[in-house]
Design a binder for this molecule. Sequence first.
Ligand code: RTP
Ligand code: MG
Length: 144
Amino acid sequence: MGYAAQAMERTFAMIKPDGVKRGLTAELLTRIQRKGYRVVGLKQFVISRELAENHYGEHKERPFFGELVNFITSGPVVAIALEGENAISGWRGMMGATNPANAAPGTIRADYATSTGENVTHGSDSPESAERELGLFFKPEELL
Ligand code: RTP
Ligand code: MG
């Protein structure tokens, strides 16, 4: 612990349709910026089914896949590219556990999420998924 160098990382964050619909966008961007992460890409749009199925491709065989794709395409999302020290695990930590019932107090999902399905935010879970997801959602010229 202490002053060891930490890795500067980029990660993909998303405010899901429930978060946008409930007017949480400004609050969530405030949390991100208070933490010190830099927003290097940002856009609001409705995800196509094709993009949703690709983004969540790892869950294709899971029973909740259809519901997940329906939900994530049900309204506008805010796609965010974040940069900061250890941003990949740091943003996951700020979000909290997938099921809000298991999310630690003070995390986004503990504070705002209503169910495992509607859990307000997404975050890449590894350097590989961060790179893959940033490439799916942003053109290189859309990132600062
Ligand atoms: P995300 O990818 O959206 O950041 O969420 P996560 O890593 O915490 O969770 P993951 O296992 O990747 O699951 C992706 C999303 O699928 C929905 N889900 N539903 N009904 C279920 O058992 C179930 N399990 C997962 C959640 O919306 C989860 O965020
Ligand atoms: Mg995930």
